[in-house]
Design a protein. Structure first.
Length: 119
């Protein structure tokens, strides 16, 4: 009998279907931290445990699951030692800050999206 009650409770706790409209056009899903004007390159994967390395200065600065505002981010890797040898592990690299020219390009894209114009 307890098993039946557990199954009933699980059905009641099911999450509503995912709204994929928030994932269209490169928008960040709502459960993610807000990225203020950051530019993410193709194939950049960010999770709460992602290592993000700022390589714009003479010494690298590491962030964990956080991208500073207006950063330009590309995929990268770093070497990590394991008992079986050394392997490249994926990370994100901050290679610069967003420029005014980027703002102009993205404002055009935003206007096209808002007016549902395909290019």
């Amino acid at each position: 009998m307890e098993l039946t009650n557990l199954n009933k409770d699980r059905k009641l706790r099911r999450k509503s279907p995912i709204d994929i409209s928030t994932m269209m056009y490169g928008k960040v899903p709502p459960q993610a931290r807000e990225l203020e004007e950051a530019v993410l390159g193709a194939n950049v994967v960010l999770t709460g445990s992602s290592k993000i390395i700022d390589v714009t200065s003479s010494t690298p600065v590491e962030y964990k699951g956080y991208v500073p505002d207006r950063s330009v981010v590309i995929p990268g890797s770093y070497t990590r030692k394991y008992p079986a040898g050394e392997f490249g592990v994926g990370c994100a690299l901050i290679i610069g800050q967003r420029k005014e020219s980027t703002d102009k390009k993205t404002s055009l894209n935003e206007a096209l999206r808002e007016n549902q114009v395909s290019a």
